[in-house]
Design a binder for this molecule. Structure first.
Ligand code: TAP
Length: 452
């Protein structure tokens, strides 16, 4: 394996930067530095840790444009999305800056003394991040982990390390102690595996494919390490006949083609009640044609390229045996472009079961509410989902009936830093974000003080 990683701009197909590929010795050195930094960090007054995270947030806010430009070049994200992602990192920092002073334990009534609980940090947390949302997904792990008093070693995806590397530098600029938050670039099989096997990494957060996540969880089990897994998805967008069909159709492209469909929450199955199926497809077609695919640096772009040539081949392979209804447009040229595609499918089809992770949506009809819930649950995954109806009772019943971690009614919202995020079934284990995330990076210690 070469000791550098070559980065390629997905919109042009051209290599533009080399970065170091860490070996085992470098990972171990980073972990040793993190162990030392964590002791000092956890010993600080909670208000001092809170202030440090607020300072980090301010530095990130001041670098939103720079971070966004890196994501445009490295990941092909449209500039508007990339700015949102960088701002989101600052917001996550601001939100969890409140956590160090709010990690409140319990006082439990017992005989003969005083019993209290403490939220103790694990120590060093290892975070493994995929290439689809490099900054945001990293921040969902490293921010609450730091807030809870841990040190973090972070491995970005080899394809998209630049914003994570820059965030590591910005942490130092903001005054975070050296060693506390380290970004180690390298391969999953070396750096990621070392987070799993190293005894001083006491918790692992993994976001990526269900296949690799299962291996990571098995490795963590052997080390008795807790692990949070955010994995794949095949989420349903369920449109009932009583929905506002115009709104549902206008918003459907964004729900699956955002980030070129490389989104674990992509609503890649569109379930439409049979009585409005034809009408809905008529409304959907112009919305798909209007979805603007092109230069990620342009503020008018809705969708950029796929991440790599090989990923484009994988996505294209899903169309080999698919019944394509209509497609949007995409540029030609050397970038890894792929036109948004709408496919008509049956429940057992590969396109209706497997995660494509590209701009392809499978449309399936359903007969009634029970059928909609059954179809929505007819997948190994359970991450996100949307449902469109004007009937409140139905919205409640279906939202409770679909086995997914994150659902939205008459919208496609999935991620808010203040609300919990994560999947059921093969989509994951544990939750990120929301009011309890910092606590998830702690272990409860119970202390009894005898008074008699
Ligand atoms: P993976 O191939 O699973 O890679 C994810 C990360 O794990 C990368 O940093 C990768 O490093 C690393 N890795 C690879 N092999 C490893 C190993 N043996 N041990 C430890 N780490 C290892 O996924 P991907 O292709 O990057 O991302 C796409 C998948 O992620 C999709 O299935 C998608 O649904 C899922 N995803 C889920 C979510 C949530 S929140 N549920 C969010 C985003 C993505 P390299 O860079 O060296 O490959």
């Amino acid at each position: 394996m070469s000791d550098t990683i070559t980065l390629v701009n997905p919109a042009t197909g051209r290599a533009f930067r080399e970065i170091p590929r860490a070996g085992l010795a470098e990972v171990d050195a980073a972990i040793a530095g993190a162990v030392a930094a964590q002791r000092a960090w956890a010993a600080l007054a909670p208000v001092a840790r809170a202030d440090a995270l607020r300072a980090f947030a301010r530095v990130v806010e001041a670098h939103v444009d720079e971070l966004a430009a890196l994501e445009v070049e490295n990941s092909g994200h449209p500039i508007g999305s990339a700015r949102w992602e960088a701002s989101h990192v600052a917001q996550v920092l601001n939100y969890y800056a409140a956590a160090p002073e709010r990690l409140i334990g319990q006082q439990i009534p017992v005989a003969g003394g005083l019993d209290v609980t403490f939220h103790e940090p694990y120590g060093v947390v290892g975070i493994i991040v995929p290439w689809n949302f490099p900054m945001t997904i990293a921040s969902w792990g490293f921010v609450p982990a730091l807030a809870a008093g841990n040190a973090v070693v972070l491995k970005p995806a080899e394809l998209t390390p630049l914003t994570a590397v820059r965030l590591g530098e910005l942490a130092l600029e903001a005054g975070l102690p050296a060693g506390l938050f380290q970004v180690v670039t390298g391969s999953g099989s070396v750096v990621g595996q070392r987070f799993v096997s190293h005894p001083d990494v006491r918790k692992v957060v993994f976001t990526g494919s269900t296949e690799v996540g299962t291996d990571v969880a098995a490795g963590c089990a052997r080390m008795l390490k807790p692990v949070t897994l955010e994995l794949g998805g095949k989420s349903a967008n369920i449109v009932f006949a009583d929905a506002d069909l115009e709104r549902a159709a206008a918003s459907a492209p964004g729900s699956v083609f955002d980030n070129a469909g490389q989104d674990c929450c992509a609503r890649s199955r569109l379930l439409v009640e049979r009585s409005v199926y034809d009408r809905f497809l008529e409304l959907l077609e112009p919305a798909v044609q209007a979805w603007r695919v092109g230069d990620p640096a342009s503020p008018d772009t809705d969708m950029g390229p796929l991440i790599s040539a090989s990923h484009r081949d994988t996505v294209a392979g899903f169309l080999d045996d698919a019944d394509v209804a209509f497609r949007g447009a995409a540029p030609g040229g050397d970038g890894f472009w792929f036109a948004p595609t709408v496919v008509l499918a049956s429940p057992g089809d590969r396109i209706a079961q497997d995660e494509v992770f590209g701009p392809v949506v499978a449309v399936l009809p359903f007969d009634d509410e029970a059928d909609a819930i059954r179809l929505a649950n007819d997948t190994i995954y359970g991450l996100a989902g949307s449902l469109w109806t004007e009937n409140l009772g139905r919205a409640v019943r279906v939202a409770r009936g679909v086995k997914s971690g994150v659902l939205s009614v008459n919208s496609h919202s999935s991620v808010r830093y203040a609300t919990p995020f994560g999947g059921m079934k093969a989509s994951g284990l544990g939750r990120e974000l929301g009011p309890d995330a910092a606590e998830h990076f702690t272990e409860t210690k119970n202390v009894f003080f005898a008074t008699d």
